[in-house]
Write a protein that binds this ligand. Structure first.
Ligand code: 3PG
Length: 400
């Protein structure tokens, strides 16, 4: 159900679960948000509720604190950034369901916005014990008359502010979640062809479910990033000191065989940018994938491979990309990710950048977000959707 189904929100207290989990760096004791993409993506729903006259109460998490207050994970700098983006004052409660929260919500006028302190400062939020989560969700629900679920990045979590609270208040899906689900559905139900999937990032083991599911749907699978070395090793190549998941070698061999049977083309890099140690730009050099020196480690796909990936993307009508091709934060190892991102911007069809690191990468490399069909705000959530798993935060909104 959409926000409209909640009826007239004027004067009503609306609790919005957003995903404001952004990367923070500390500069001499001052928190600096290095990528505010998720905060910007959360603005339209918050603004919509504010314009409808609601008293808007935003709940969100930052990082993975230990179920207790920890200043290193305070949402205060995020609330400040949200205020800048909204162009209005945003009140901040220094707890989530305590005295500060009650007083802050009490003080909201029509259209005002407040952010509650990190919901994961409360052990009830992530508890595996249903009763413990439920009692925390009861407290959260007391702060509001209605609930809007707009934190797509957390809908795969069965947590109090995502799942249990929706059982306690009239609830609706925010526009961000609705758009994300709509796009992901287009990647899984009858995608336009050719359908090319690009996977990178450090671990094969994080992507097993997605590969299993997408091998049945995609026409081509391009593999780069740290995970590619396990694939290369499984092909009998030496990978030196590169990332390697010994326990996934057999799985990689099976994927290559399965792809062949299904007529899915798996494209692996033919050249690699290696260095003597992690991030060591001075020693960066390109070698054939079959000649990675024993003492070196691979940190990016090479230029020839990047061009081959771009060529494979040129006629695609549907593309899903998750995971950088190399250590893009370091210029000498950003080439593969840059070329792939560039190729995605030219896709004549639906191009989706799947969350987390790849979304941060395209922004950090200076690409305009509008050049892509869709940049997902969800990392784990979009992968779990593509694995075909049920997302608790969605299922709870769709129940009868
Ligand atoms: C994310 O960063 O993918 C979401 O905010 C979820 O965070 P989590 O993995 O700590 O639950």
């Amino acid at each position: 159900s959409t926000i409209e189904s909640l009826g007239d929100l004027k004067g009503k207290r609306v609790l919005v679960r957003s995903d404001l989990n952004v990367p923070l760096e500390w500069d001499a004791g001052t928190p600096v948000i290095t990528d505010d993409g998720r905060i910007r993506a959360s603005v339209p729903t918050i603004r919509q509720l504010s314009e409808a006259g609601a008293r808007v109460v935003v709940t969100a998490h930052l990082g993975r604190p230990d179920g207790a207050p920890d200043p290193a994970y305070s949402l205060a700098p995020v609330a400040a950034r949200l205020g800048e983006l909204l162009g209005r004052d945003v009140a901040f409660a220094t707890d989530t369901v305590g005295e500060s929260a009650s007083a802050t919500v009490e003080g909201l006028g029509e259209g005002d916005v407040a952010v509650l302190e990190n919901v994961r400062f409360n052990s009830g939020e992530t508890s595996k014990d249903d009763a413990v989560r439920a009692s925390f969700a009861d407290q959260l629900a007391q702060l509001a008359d209605a609930f809007v679920s707009d934190g797509f990045g957390v809908v795969h979590r069965k947590q109090a502010s995502v799942y249990d609270v929706a059982l306690r208040l009239p609830s609706a899906m925010g526009g961000l979640v609705a758009t994300e689900i709509d796009v992901l559905r287009r990647l899984t139900v009858d995608p336009d062809r050719p359908y090319v999937v690009v996977l990178g990032g450090s671990k094969v083991s994080d992507k097993l479910g997605v590969i299993d599911n997408l091998l049945e749907k995609a026409d081509k699978l391009l593999i780069g990033g740290g995970m590619v070395f396990t694939f290369l090793k499984a092909q009998g190549l030496e990978v030196g000191k590169s990332l390697l998941e010994e326990d996934q070698l057999e799985t990689c061999t099976r994927y290559v065989a399965e792809a062949k049977e299904r007529g899915v083309e798996i494209v692996l890099p033919t050249d690699i940018v290696v260095a003597d140690s992690f991030g060591d730009e001075a020693s960066a050099r390109v070698v054939p994938a079959s000649e990675i020196p024993a003492e070196a480690l691979g940190l990016d796909i090479g230029p020839e491979s990047a061009q081959a990936f771009a060529a494979a993307l040129a006629d695609a009508r549907t593309v899903f990309w998750n995971g950088p091709m190399g250590v893009f934060e370091v210029p000498a190892f950003a080439g593969g990710t840059r070329v792939v991102a560039e190729a995605l911007t030219k896709v004549d069809g639906l191009s989706v950048v799947g969350g987390g690191d790849s979304a941060a990468a395209v922004r950090q490399l200076g690409f305009e977000e509008s050049a892509f069909g869709h940049i997902s705000t969800g990392g784990g959530a979009s992968l779990e959707y593509l694995e075909g798993k049920e997302l608790p935060g969605i299922a709870v909104l769709e129940r009868d």
